[in-house]
Design a protein around this ligand. Sequence first.
Ligand code: ATP
Ligand code: MG
Length: 337
Amino acid sequence: MKKEVVLSGIRPTGFLHLGNYFGAMRNYVRMQDEYDCYFFVANWHSLTTHPDTKELQNAVHRVIAENIACGLDLNKVALYVQSDVPEIAELYLYLNMLAYKGELEKTTTFKDKVRLQPDNVNAGLLTYPVLQAADILIHRATKVPVGKDQEQHLEMARNFAQRFNHRYGEVLPEPQAFNYGGELVKILSLDGNGKMSKSENQLNTIYLADSDDLLRKKIMKAKTDQGPEETNSAKPDYIDNLFTIMKLVSTPDTVEKFEHDFNASSAGNCIIRYGDMKKQLAEDLIAFIQPIREKATNIQEDKAWLSSLIKLGAEKARESASATLKEVRQAIGMNYS
Ligand code: ATP
Ligand code: MG
């Protein structure tokens, strides 16, 4: 039986962090046996907000290397760079004729970006959801693992597919949001200000590329407080976040010890010592990140191998993309020879 097609992209706006790993990568690794997976580095999308390309090549290489180091098996999935698949750009062009200025201007992410970069409201930013629809529809993907912020874009992708099918005939299936495994992990930044992010608040984000020393420094500086004032208090979100991370990288015994300390008191004083908790967490994080970091660096340094992997990904992606584009062209009637 043909497997369902899953598609997901990641913008090379920086290196991968703990949130990307536990919120996305870990699920991708689990999905690779069950689905026909296409994962890509969205370098065209980066240009809408990051026109300076000095760091782009390194970021693309690092993200590819990190994806593999995290466990993606290139015999099972197609891992490719968006700009290596020109078929996407052609489908984007056709879909642009079916997307209306009014609806694009109303998109929440567009309005947010206009506020963030009022001096660079480029047409690429406006048509971001159209390019994203092309990314998905080019492989006729039906499952797209996305967070809540992307729900509106997916709705637009469905609308563009519907309009295409209505006008030219059934070619493009409608994609659905997909929450693999049920629970969505969200990792906050270490100062409690928003979430960890590739491109923002980097001193409070744990990157898979961080050195052991930097990991220790970041964790030891993470926001804490005097500790709970009475037993069984609710945890403030920055403390809860440390426990969340601990649950992901430490042993159950360790988590249980600090949960116990958080809730226990001795002579009326709560006994948790955040300094000790952070020391333990730093060491467990190092043990978790070190092998991924080293593997990614080895892959990145083997330029010839990395380049062959990128070519292989492009070939796989183009095979699927050109099959769809052929049908798209036929449906529109753009086949003249
Ligand atoms: P940027 O700062 O460029 O927006 P980002 O860190 O938000 O980067 P994205 O490329 O937007 O990363 O998202 C890639 C994937 O990682 C998405 O599936 C997203 O839901 C997930 N993700 C990003 N940040 C977190 C986080 N802090 N916790 C959990 N999941 C996250
Ligand atoms: Mg983001």
